[in-house]
Structures are given as structure tokens and as C-alpha cells.
Design a protein around this ligand. Structure first.
Ligand SMILES: Cc1cc2nc3c(=O)[nH]c(=O)nc-3n(C[C@H](O)[C@H](O)[C@H](O)COP(=O)(O)O)c2cc1C
Length: 146
């Protein structure tokens, strides 16, 4: 089974965890990149507002076609108990009919029910299924890497 690990990472944590997972599972990787990476102030202000509203921010064209993989595993940081705007942009580009496994990385390890529900309905609108949803606490997940 061909697996693609997709990740967005603002400060590098989700990236480290995703790359480690990809190596362990012999998966290929796709990094989601902002067209213009926001500064910290912007991330915590308009970034969090966009996250709470479920709005997208512009991302760079995908370097890999997720449609070519049987299994998609998505690592995302949590912003304001929601998905970062770059991840909302990614979800809009996913091909229909895919089953997606999601690993939400956050400081608290609790992304909240709303984040999971929003993700589920965004995927459903694309004809995709949220196969699994796991909350990862940043400190625990990083400790396991060492
Ligand atoms: C803009 C912003 C908003 C955040 N909001 C939350 C939050 O609501 N709850 C939480 O537990 N952590 C929150 N965090 C912490 C991140 O989810 C956490 O540090 C994550 O591991 C960062 O992943 P990254 O380094 O891949 O970007 C936030 C971080 C940022 C930058």
C-alpha cells in the first residue's frame, strides 16, 4: 500500500513528528507551505481568526499528487482549537473518495471536539472519510522521538 504523509508545520514540531512517522512507515512525504509564511503576531491574530472561521490561506502548489496514494496520513498543528488556514486550503485540494488519517499536534494535546467535527464535515463535503483522528501532545510526541 502506497502511503503519503502530508504535513503542515509552522514552528517545526509537526514536521519532525511527521518525518519520523514517514521513515517508520516507509511513506513518502508532502509538505504544505504557505505562499507567504505569517509572522508570529499574524499567526496568533488573523491566523487564529481564520482558523476559527474555517477559512483558507494561500498555499504553494502541491509538489506531489495525493490522488496517487492509497493511504493518506495528515499531521497538523492545532491553532485556536482549529485547523490552521493553510490546512483548510489543503483540504479543498484533496481528491474525493480518500480515507484520511489525521494526527493533530498541539501544546495541550486537546484539539477539541469542534476541530474534529469541522475536519470531518470538510472531508465529507469532498467525498472523503475521516478514517481516524488522534490528538498528540507536543511534549509527549517529541519525547517519543528521542
Ligand atoms: C497560532 C498558534 C495557535 C495555537 N493554538 C493552540 C491551541 O489552541 N491549543 C493548543 O493546545 N496549542 C496551540 N498552539 C500550539 C501548537 O499547536 C503546538 O505548539 C504545535 O505542536 C505546533 O506545531 P508546529 O511546530 O508544527 O507548528 C498554537 C500555536 C500557534 C502558532
Amino acid at each position: 500500500m502506497k502511503t503519503l504523509v502530508i504535513f503542515y508545520s509552522y514552528t517545526g514540531t509537526a514536521k519532525r513528528i511527521a518525518l519520523n512517522y514517514a521513515v517508520q512507515n516507509a511513506a513518502e512525504t508532502l509538505e504544505i507551505l504557505d505562499v507567504k509564511r505569517p509572522g508570529v503576531l499574524k499567526a496568533y491574530t488573523s491566523g487564529c481568526v481564520a482558523a476559527m472561521q474555517g477559512k483558507p490561506w494561500a498555499i504553494r502548489p502541491l509538489a506531489v499528487n495525493p490522488g496517487a496514494y492509497n493511504r493518506l496520513v495528515l499531521f497538523v498543528p492545532v491553532w485556536a482549537n482549529n485547523l490552521p488556514p493553510a490546512v483548510n486550503a489543503l483540504l479543498a485540494l484533496l481528491p474525493g473518495g480518500k480515507k484520511i488519517e489525521v494526527k493533530a499536534v498541539s501544546g495541550s494535546g486537546r484539539s477539541g471536539q469542534k476541530c474534529k467535527e469541522r475536519l470531518g464535515s470538510l472531508l465529507q463535503a469532498k467525498g472523503c472519510t475521516l478514517e481516524s483522528y488522534t490528538d498528540l501532545k507536543q511534549s509527549d510526541a517529541l519525547r517519543e522521538l528521542q
